[in-house]
Design a protein. Structure first.
Length: 318
């Protein structure tokens, strides 16, 4: 291991967007970056150990030691490039809701690998391909971390060489996302456990057609979003674990809105065809269930995760 001394005292500021992965028919392949953010400041300390301050969503549940997911992600990169990791001070402000199907774990992983890239700048060059590989090794699959890292609509897959790949697409400016966030959480592991290992052939063909249509709808023809967001592979299987989410999705779709489960749930994502339709969807949502839903009028994030040294970050905010 090479010593960490040259980077001691260096601080990097990272911003990572929320994501909605498992994007309806594009299960485990499509993801969308949304304009809710985790902000992280990471400083290399002159002494060993970890110092962590967290505020915002999930702050009371997040570990304050080396098991912290952002810290583990930093350590993963340092170990891969054979550099000694310095002591770490982590200051995080979490704007991505935790346990709500909006990519909070993927955001933490993306923040960690980007922070490591910033700390290693000038010593080790970390490419975009490296970032996606590191993040996928930690997260297990690339559909959540790809949009967190690169923004926009991403198609993610594993290449024949076993390495993750992605393609970023720009979303049509008419697409207006609305996120409806409930007060309760859902475990991704629990949600995935409800899906069968095999599905009927006709359901697989159905989702293939809708997945292709969804890419066309998001990039060229938003008026097709309702048809394009139909799914037979995962949402119905998980409905019993999220009855209020399922009820809201079905009610919104009955009114003509392209409503879907975001990620593993329980949040609901509405892909509206313009701001007016988004406002109407929010009004309808208020009449459907007794569960209170926080309305988040968001945009598609086109930049993805960013990393700057502390001086650059302070300058850009002033």
């Amino acid at each position: 291991m090479s010593p960490a001394a040259p980077m001691i005292g260096r601080s990097v500021a990272v911003r990572v967007p929320a994501t909605s992965a498992n994007l309806v028919p594009g299960f485990d392949t499509l993801g969308l970056a949304l304009s809710m953010y985790d902000d992280v400041l990471v400083t290399a300390l002159p002494h060993p150990g970890v110092e962590i301050e967290v505020e915002g969503s999930g702050a009371e549940e997040i570990s304050r030691d080396a098991s912290n997911l952002v810290v583990r992600s930093i350590a993963h990169v340092f170990a891969d490039v054979k550099r000694e990791m310095p002591g770490i001070r982590l200051e995080a402000v979490n704007g991505v809701p935790h346990g709500r199907g909006l990519g909070s774990s993927g955001a933490a992983v993306a923040a960690g690998v980007l922070a490591a890239k910033g700390l290693l700048a000038g010593d080790v060059e970390v490419s975009d391909d490296d970032l996606l590989r590191f993040a996928t090794e930690l997260e297990g699959h690339p559909d959540n971390v790809a949009p967190a890292l690169f923004g926009g609509l991403t198609i993610a897959w594993m290449g024949d060489d076993g390495f993750p790949q992605h393609k970023k697409l720009l979303v049509h400016r008419g697409v207006s996302p609305l996120v409806l966030v409930p007060g309760y959480t859902m475990s991704t592991k629990a949600a995935r456990s409800l899906q069968p290992l095999q599905v009927p052939r006709e359901d697989a063909v159905f989702n293939l057609s809708r997945s292709a249509l969804l890419i066309a709808a998001l990039t060229q023809s938003p008026e097709l979003l309702l048809d394009a967001t139909a799914d037979r592979l995962h949402q119905d299987y998980r409905a019993s674990a999220m009855p209020e989410t399922h009820r809201l999705v079905q009610a919104l779709r009955a009114h003509g809105f392209a409503a879907v489960v975001s990620g593993a749930g329980p949040s609901v994502l509405v892909l509206a065809d313009g701001p007016g339709q988004r406002l109407e969807a929010a009004r309808v949502a208020d009449t459907v269930t007794d569960t209170p839903w926080e309305h988040r009028m968001v945009a598609v994030d086109v930049r993805g995760g960013t990393v700057k040294n502390r001086a650059e970050a302070s300058s850009s905010r002033s």
